[in-house]
Design a protein around this ligand. Structure first.
Ligand code: SF4
Ligand code: SF4
Length: 117
């Protein structure tokens, strides 16, 4: 059964920007903690190039299931606000996730912490 997460995914792209997922690692190899080579952008919306390539093929549903597409925001990361309070990244409002991701992408912030699983 596919695990479902309590907060929706808004395709902010943060997860794939900070580390390559296990499937990506098996395809591309290399370092885990780096932007994934399959990560694609349309403005502030991210897409997985591997999932995109599978669209319209007989493998589309299998690939989507393998990547947990439509199961919610799976990231384990915390963000410290200006008052020093910690927040679960997955629970943040969509616009905040997108804003933080774009700032991180531009090199403007480095303070989001991964939470070890
Ligand atoms: S960090 Fe969460 S909301 Fe953003 S793309 Fe990854 S799973 Fe989706
Ligand atoms: S872009 Fe695709 S392959 Fe790369 S980390 Fe994200 S989900 Fe995995």
């Amino acid at each position: 059964m596919i695990e479902r997460f309590p907060h929706p995914c808004n395709s902010c792209g943060y997860c794939c920007l900070i580390q390559v997922c296990p499937i990506g690692l098996s395809i591309f190899g290399g370092e885990k903690y780096r932007p994934c080579p399959a990560l694609e952008w349309q403005g502030t919306q991210s897409r997985c190039g591997v999932v995109e390539k599978a669209k319209g093929t007989p493998h589309e549903e299998m690939v989507k299931q393998a990547f947990g597409i439509d199961t919610g925001c799976c990231i384990k990361a915390r963000v410290r606000d200006v008052h020093g309070n910690m927040h679960d990244f997955a629970s943040l409002p969509d616009e905040v996730k997108i804003s933080l991701t774009q700032r991180y992408k531009a090199g403007g912030i480095t303070t989001i912490q991964r939470v070890k699983k």
